[in-house]
Design a protein around this ligand. Structure first.
Ligand SMILES: [Zn+2]
Length: 212
């Protein structure tokens, strides 16, 4: 895919995410791994109005080659890419229902959401909770790194999800599934509901192994 097509792809997925209310203000960021570095949404930009020419082009050593400086949360993306060599794109959002779940007490930190639907199990899989650290704290990157090798989706406590995909489309579809699942959980958690049982989950996991 050409450089201009890649920039167009970031811009249109970012706008779609914003238009669907999955992120707000200047929150949320997207990155794409290239053969020689990264493209990343710039700091302070609204996902609803990304200027393709201002997207940050980052060299393999992390230097900014062109465009505006990258999102201040670039370190989250780098932590995830470092542990997931096959990941081609990462999306991080402050999507409301996922953030709401990330603030709840009594979560299972190894897997925040009970298995409610087959698509959740197939796309999101087990969703671990990354302990809370203030924005920019190097310990947050370390905590993400610790979980990223085994999980393509993680949920930052009191903050939001970070999702890696085999393509930008894949990462966006996964973060949307995660947000929809978080919403379902909030609707169900105080009801007498029936999650998928362990056998149903392991059958799905065997048939649809975890992705990048
Ligand atoms: Zn964030």
């Amino acid at each position: 895919m050409s450089d201009s097509k890649q920039r167009e792809q970031i811009t249109s997925f970012a706008r779609a995410i914003f238009d669907r209310g999955l992120t707000h203000g200047s929150t949320g960021n997207i990155s794409l791994r290239l053969d020689d570095g990264w493209l990343m949404t710039p700091t302070g930009s609204s996902m609803g109005a990304i200027d393709p020419a201002k997207i940050s082009r980052i060299a393999p050593d992390g230097t900014l080659l062109s465009g505006d400086p990258p999102t201040k949360e670039a370190f989250l993306h780098m932590a995830m890419y470092g542990e997931r060599p096959r990941a081609r794109a990462i999306v991080h959002l402050h999507s409301t229902h996922s953030v709401a779940v990330s603030c709840l007490c009594g979560l299972d930190h190894n897997n925040v959401l009970p298995a409610m639907t087959a698509y959740q199990v197939m796309r999101v899989g087990k969703l671990p909770l990354v302990p809370y650290f203030p924005p920019g704290d190097p310990e947050l990157a370390e905590a993400v790194r610790h979980l990223a090798a085994r999980h393509h989706c993680v949920l930052l406590a009191n903050h939001g999800p970070v999702v890696a995909g085999s393509s930008l489309e894949d990462a966006v579809h996964t973060v949307e599934e995660l947000e929809a699942s978080a919403r379902l959980y909030l609707l169900l958690k105080d009801q007498d509901y029936r999650p998928l049982d362990a056998e149903q989950v392991s059958r799905l996991e065997a048939k649809f192994p975890a992705k990048s």
